[in-house]
Design a protein around this ligand. Sequence first.
Ligand code: ASP
Length: 486
Amino acid sequence: MASKTPPFTIQDDTDGGDDLRMKYRYLDLRRNAVQKNLIFRSNLAIETRKYLAEQGFIEVETPNLIKSTPEGARDFVVPSRMNKGQFYALPQSPQTFKQILMVAGFDKYFQIVKCFRDEDLRADRQPEFTQIDCEMSFVHQEDILNMFEGLTKHLFRSALGIELSDFPRMTYDEAMLRYGSDKPDTRFGMEFCDLTDVAKGKGFVVFDSAESVIAINAAGCAEYSRKQIDELTEWIKRPQIGAKGLVYVKFEADGSVKSSVDKFYSAEEQQVWLERAGAKPGDMLLILCGEDEKTRKQLCELRLEMGSRLGLRDPQKFCPLWVVDFPLLEWDEEANRFFAMHHPFTSPKPDDIVKMESHDHTLLKSMRADAYDLVLNGVEIGGGSIRIHDRDLQARNFRLLGFTPEEAEAQFGFLLGAFEFGAPPHGGIAFGFDRLNAVMNGANSIRDFIAFPKNNQGRDMMIDAPDSIKLSQLEELGIRVVADKQ
Ligand code: ASP
């Protein structure tokens, strides 16, 4: 039979828009660029299984119909026909199951597994995504970092022929101080330089009223025109970033200083800043100020943007690192309570356990966890922790997170119960498999590595899902439809 004319050109550089390509995904999948990605992905999964099997891991499947737990992201729920009015949830991760497997005596577990989170979508997020999920018993953090550094090196070697050197380690605090981010892109420097002590107290109210004044040194940018600086200022003021303004100090090629704050600071005073930031003639400092945490976040965005503009984020260069010693808790202004920064099963550092009963927020915020992330080129590709394996400590942690004992029992009684039968110390990690594929290929979008991805509205354009279901199906499920207001 003759083929119809395809609705877009089936070439590497296609003229098809995203939704059209997704609607005719079977044609899109014929393109070399996409085929190459899926073959890469398949190979990476095979190599993961090979490596972990060789290290003594066994792959165990955990269920997809589980129980809804409000902690973490929003759950996708599935109505139960046999238990009317009750719902399963799709797993956000197999976290509690893998811990139960440790109690059951499987010392090394892994699974390449689908996870589901009902969150707003971005280029690097999908409602269903894949993890390399792992757990080990009788381990310390060090054992986990070494094992999974080994896996990552193996994947780079086998899939890309690249030998990675040993991964540097950085504490969370250091990452925030130097890069304003817990997932720093370390392919380039441009580290934060705190100028608060030398910039305040000279009569410039903007700096004087700020908690922090922090700079980055944009090498070779003293030649930036007025227009370019204005454009950068507009960029940083966009609501997504929200800075109030940008101060620049140019270290001209002839050694002179020119800045937007010349009126308030002498050339000598500004020389001190330049020196502290390690600027050379031809460079330009970009300075933001304000509340410390906010300023660091904004400057982190500016650093990444400047890194991109200056061509410093080479997709062929790979800079992995471990970020360790994450805080145990994170304060949520809106909910007016603490949340677990990683998840409620993460163990506080032993020395910090005494702080758990405190009501002092500063003390609680200072608690550190045995939690770690694997970061690659500014992307978090894996994260995990050493878990609590003591029933009482787990119960105390739930209490700290605002669960009443009844709520903790109702939601996680099975885990607390399991811990009563002798739980080994254990810990683990999960890699975002889609992201790992994308980063290894220098790509931004994980969609290019998923055979049938969803669009930004969470829709599968090919099969046209989600869709309404028949009234009879709803009745069977015992679900009453409330009439639409419109
Ligand atoms: N279950 C965790 C997650 O999905 C990973 C882990 O702690 O192993 O982020």
